[in-house]
Ligand binder design. Structure first.
Ligand SMILES: Nc1ncnc2c1ncn2[C@@H]1O[C@H](COP(=O)(O)OP(=O)(O)OP(=O)(O)O)[C@@H](O)[C@H]1O
Length: 305
């Protein structure tokens, strides 16, 4: 597995792809479509004002180690306020990590940094060369058929068959030639997942991908992601508000608070997970407590309370 190491980026170079990094889209496109950040083989190290930008650092440094994601001392500020403030996080290859935290604590900001969409950072960030991201909104281009959306931004000449394979994996073969506006919410989300999958990611970044789905579609989409993860063996970092979702899917849950990972717990339960398992309930209670939610208010509230 190769790595892309984003270092601290000075304001001067912020927003633009760092030297030696080939982005699948122009910076404008990056905001509107799942992307792959692909590195060249450059080992360039740029140093401005004493802060280093390392790009395309030799893959062996992480491949030989045990991390798919390595974040050290990451800081991201907006208007002088540090939303991420010296954050450290490691994700192992093939590990499924759920990222929880109160609204506005910086989860999406962290994901954008990992996706290479935000380089106005300090600290060290190392992710696999092949990473892909899917957002809550599927972000399909309405003027392109589904299969063309799936291939959007792929480097090199991509074949229709590649899109067909990915669409098959998400159960959407029958919608290959459909226009995005004719898809249901769940189908659009699956098309968005297919678009991430064609990148053969070693790291899949998911920013509340099920947030806008109805309950039933959401359950199906969760199962699909669990299957894809098991089949593909890629690392997954899933941003979610839903503690149960985290417990159903992830190997580990981490909670962000005040700019750092304030709490984490292994979810050491057999799969498929059973929400009636007392250990599930115990983990749920602990995570809710960390999120500042009183579990008893939810589980033991009487109907007329
Ligand atoms: N481009 C930006 N400019 C200014 N402030 C920003 C920007 N992006 C994010 N922020 C601020 O950073 C903080 C964290 O935002 P972020 O979207 O990462 O939170 P979040 O944890 O993902 O929230 P939610 O769970 O509600 O989606 C918020 O206070 C937000 O207003």
């Amino acid at each position: 597995m190769a790595t892309d190491v984003h270092g601290a980026v000075s304001p001067k170079s912020a927003g633009a792809p760092a030297a030696g990094t080939a982005l699948a889209h122009s910076p404008t496109d990056l905001d509107t479509a799942p992307v792959t950040v692909t590195d060249t083989d450059s080992n360039d190290v740029e140093v401005e004002g004493g802060v280093g930008v390392e790009v395309g650092t030799d893959a062996g440094s992480v491949e030989g180690g045990s991390a798919a994601v390595r974040v050290a001392g990451l800081t991201r500020s907006f208007d002088g306020r540090a939303v991420i403030d010296g954050l450290d996080l490691t994700v192992r290859p093939g590990e499924f990590v759920a990222l929880l935290g109160r609204s506005g604590c910086g989860k999406s900001t962290l994901l954008r940094v990992l996706a290479g969409l935000d380089r106005e950072i300090e600290g060290e960030v190392s992710v696999p060369r092949r990473s892909a991201v899917a957002f809550q909104a599927p972000r399909l281009m309405p003027w392109k058929k589904v299969w063309r959306n799936v291939l959007l931004g792929l480097p090199g000449r991509a074949e229709r068959a590649v899109a067909e394979r990915a669409l098959g994996e998400v159960g959407l073969s029958h919608r290959t030639d459909a226009w995005p506006k004719t898809l249901s919410g769940g189908e659009a989300q699956r098309a968005s997942l297919a678009r991430a999958l064609v990148r053969e990611p070693d790291l899949l970044l998911l920013d509340e991908p099920f947030g806008a789905l109805d309950a039933l579609t959401r359950i199906k989409a969760q199962r699909l992601v669990a299957e894809l993860w098991q089949r593909r063996g890629c690392a997954v970092l899933l941003v979610t508000h839903d503690v149960e979702e985290a417990l159903l899917l992830a190997d580990r849950a981490v909670v962000m608070d005040r700019g750092v990972i304030a709490y984490e717990t292994a979810i050491d339960l057999p799969r498929p997970r059973d929400i009636t398992d007392p250990r599930f309930a115990a983990l749920r209670g602990r995570l809710l407590e960390r999120l500042g939610v009183d579990d008893t208010e939810i589980t033991h509230e009487s109907p007329d309370a």
